[in-house]
Design a protein around this ligand. Structure first.
Ligand code: ATP
Ligand code: MG
Length: 294
C-alpha cells in the first residue's frame, strides 16, 4: 500500500525552470484510482503516518513546515485542509486564511501580513490563500494594485517579475532558516466549479458557502489561469516547489496533498530528542523519589 502512495506526487510536482504548462495537468486525473473507497483506505493510512511525523516534528522543535494553498473558489481548499490534517495534534498546527487586505495591511509591504503568521519551529503552518494573491487577484484586477500605496515610480511593467523574484528570495531565506515549504494549487475545472456552485445554491445547508462575488471571479477564469501558469512557472523552485493537484475529485486531491506533506516531513531529519546520561540519571532519581512516597 505504501508503495502506491509513493507514486502519487511525482506527476504533479512542478520542476524548477521554464516550460510549465497548466494544460498538461488534467483536473479530472485520478491516476487509475477508480473508486473513492480505495482512496479512503489509503488516505487513512497516510493520515496515520502524518500523525507520527508531526509528533516528531513537534518534539524535535527545530524545523517548521509551511503549506500554502491557492485555488479558484470551490476547488476544495477548506475540505482538503480539514481531511489531510484530521490526525494532527491541534497544538502543533496553525491555519490562517487571507482575504482582501485591511487598511493597516495596505500600509505595509506585501509580505508583512503573512510573515506575522509564519509557523514557529516544531509546527505546521497552513496558509489558506497567501502572498501569492499578490500576483493573482491583484494581477487580474489592476484596481487592487492601484489601491496599494506603493510609490508610483516603483510600479512598472516588470512588477510581476519583480514580485516573483522577491517571493523566491523570501522563500529561500525561510528555507535556510529551517522552514520547509510546499505549495499546492488545487486545479479544478471550470465545469466542476459550475457543478459545485449549483450544488451550493440547491442545498440549503450549503447556501452559506456561496457568494455572488465568486461568480464575478469566474468571469475572469482565463485571466486567472494565465496568472496561475505564469506564477507557478516562475516560483516553483527546488526548495519550495508547487504541486498542481487535480481537484475535480476531492478524494483524490486529499490523497495527493497528504502524500506530499508526508514526503516533505520525511525529507527533514526528524528525530525525538535524545536524553543525555545526565538527564537519564535525573529521571531515575525522580522515579525513585516518587516510588518512595508513602
Ligand atoms: P471561502 O470562499 O471558502 O470562504 P475564500 O478563501 O474564497 O474562502 P473569501 O472571503 O470568499 O474566502 O475570499 C477572499 C477573497 O480575498 C478572495 O477573492 C481573494 O482573492 C481575496 N484576496 C486575498 N488576498 C488578497 C490581496 N492581497 N489583495 C486583494 N484581494 C485578496
Ligand atoms: Mg470564496
Amino acid at each position: 500500500m505504501a508503495k502506491a502512495r509513493k507514486e502519487l506526487t511525482k506527476p504533479f510536482l512542478v520542476p524548477e525552470g521554464k516550460g510549465f504548462n497548466l494544460g498538461k495537468i488534467d483536473p479530472d486525473e485520478t491516476l487509475g484510482f477508480r473508486s473513492k473507497e480505495k482512496a479512503e483506505d489509503l488516505l487513512a493510512e497516510g493520515v496515520k503516518r502524518l500523525t507520527e511525523l508531526q509528533d516528531k516534528l513537534y518534539a524535535q522543535d527545530h524545523w517548521a513546515l509551511l503549506l500554502i494553498f491557492q485555488a479558484m473558489d470551490a476547488a476544495g481548499k477548506d475540505s482538503t485542509i480539514e481531511h489531510v490534517m484530521s490526525g494532527v495534534n491541534p497544538q502543533g498546527c496553525q491555519v490562517f486564511s487571507f482575504k482582501g487586505p485591511s487598511a493597516e495591511e495596505l500600509d505595509h509591504d506585501f509580505l508583512w501580513r503573512t510573515s506575522r503568521c509564519l509557523p514557529e519551529r516544531g509546527r505546521i503552518g497552513i496558509f489558506n490563500r497567501s502572498y501569492y494573491e499578490e500576483v493573482l487577484v491583484v494581477r487580474v484586477h489592476p484596481a487592487f494594485l492601484a489601491k496599494q500605496k506603493i510609490p508610483r515610480k516603483l510600479v512598472g511593467k516588470d512588477i510581476w517579475k519583480e514580485r516573483f523574484e522577491d517571493i523566491n528570495a523570501y522563500e529561500r531565506y525561510l528555507t535556510r532558516n529551517g522552514v520547509a515549504i510546499r505549495k499546492f494549487f488545487l486545479h479544478v475545472s471550470k465545469e466542476e466549479q459550475k457543478r459545485r456552485f449549483l450544488a451550493r445554491l440547491a442545498e440549503p445547508d450549503k447556501n452559506w458557502k456561496f457568494s455572488a462575488a465568486d461568480l464575478g471571479e469566474r468571469d475572469h477564469w482565463e485571466a486567472y489561469m494565465e496568472a496561475y501558469e505564469d506564477m507557478i512557472q516562475h516560483t516553483s523552485t527546488r526548495h519550495a516547489p508547487w504541486l498542481v493537484v487535480p481537484a475535480d475529485h476531492k478524494w483524490f486531491t486529499r490523497l495527493v496533498v497528504a502524500q506530499a506533506v508526508i514526503e516533505a516531513l520525511e525529507s527533514l531529519d526528524l528525530a525525538y530528542p535524545v536524553v543525555s546520561e545526565e538527564q537519564q540519571a535525573e529521571l531515575l532519581a525522580c522515579k525513585k523519589k516518587l516510588e518512595a512516597e508513602k
